[in-house]
Design a protein around this ligand. Structure first.
Ligand code: NAD
Ligand code: ZN
Length: 253
């Protein structure tokens, strides 16, 4: 049924969360064994990062461990399936809460990926705005730098381009995501617990504007009752199945 809807929809938006990337080996936040069993999220806030050198040191200590996991991960069949829908002309855009760059690495053009929570692949100086590649920062961290700062003479605070807990959402991306959610006639949620706001408002915007809502998630979400179709299975398998069927239909038409 989902494939039929993808074929008949004018504007399909795919909205992804951490569950999209667990099959690439990146743990999500809320499943048992996830990152937050080992770290206390209350500590890794924007306020703590901005507030003290010690807050930044702790943040980069976590970042030094997490970045290689993100960088080393490969797109899974679900990411490739979403890119395939784009190639087939059946996808408007992806709105993602993920910071792992895997949609782009699977072949989806960057301008079709709205990153609501930023990207772990980039960093920038908060004083002079100079961009830094996160890989370069990783070299510094591994060489023993505990708090990276901008090159002289600036010396400003370098911050990863992820949206931290307690930090304002990026306004441009949020507005664009809202606009595209309202314009969608098919909205497919994949691997999100739909508890992190304002990201979790996107399916609400879509549904209110009349879109069909499909939720592909292993566990229940607070919006299941609003869904036109619930698929409680694997993100990768489900999306690969949908893309395969859509491909056949397009080839036949
Ligand atoms: P979440 O951890 O709250 O929820 C993930 C959901 O995906 C869960 O409900 C889980 O049951 C489901 N799930 C896990 N694996 C699945 C699979 N293979 N197939 C289908 N469903 C699966 O994630 P969220 O809603 O994205 O919110 C958490 C926040 O975590 C986001 O803000 C995001 O920025 C951040 N995050 C990102 C990454 C990443 O970039 N890969 C990883 C961890 C956390
Ligand atoms: Zn600077």
């Amino acid at each position: 049924m989902a494939a039929d809807w993808v074929c008949s929809a004018e504007r399909t938006v795919v909205f992804t969360g951490a569950g999209m990337s667990t099959e690439s080996g990146i743990p999500d936040f809320r499943s048992p064994g996830g990152i937050w069993d080992r770290f206390d999220p209350a500590e890794f806030t924007f306020q703590n990062f901005m507030g003290s050198e010690e807050g930044r040191r702790r943040y980069w200590e976590l970042g030094r461990m997490v970045y290689p996991v993100l960088r080393g991960a490969e797109p899974n069949p679900g990411h490739f399936a979403v890119a395939k829908l784009w190639q087939l002309g059946r996808l408007d855009c992806v709105i993602t809460q993920n910071i792992d760059n895997l949609h782009q690495r699977a072949g989806l053009p960057a301008e079709r990926v709205i990153e609501l929570h930023g990207s772990a692949m980039r960093a920038r100086c908060l004083d002079c705005d100079r961009p830094y590649d996160r890989a370069q920062i990783q070299d510094w961290l591994e060489a023993g730098v505990s708090v990276p700062i901008c090159d002289p003479p600036c010396g400003g605070v370098i911050k990863p381009r992820t949206i931290m807990f307690g930090e304002a959402m990026p306004s441009e991306e949020t507005e664009e995501a809202e606009r595209r959610s309202r314009a969608a006639d098919l909205f497919i949620v994949v691997g999100s617990s739909l508890v992190v706001y304002p990201a979790a408002h996107m399916p609400v915007h879509a549904k209110r504007a009349g879109a069909r809502l499909v939720i592909v998630n292993r566990t229940a979400t607070p919006q299941d009752a609003e869904a036109d179709l619930l698929i409680p299975g694997s993100a990768a398998e489900t999306l690969a199945g949908i893309a395969e069927r859509v491909h056949h239909r397009v080839a036949l038409s």
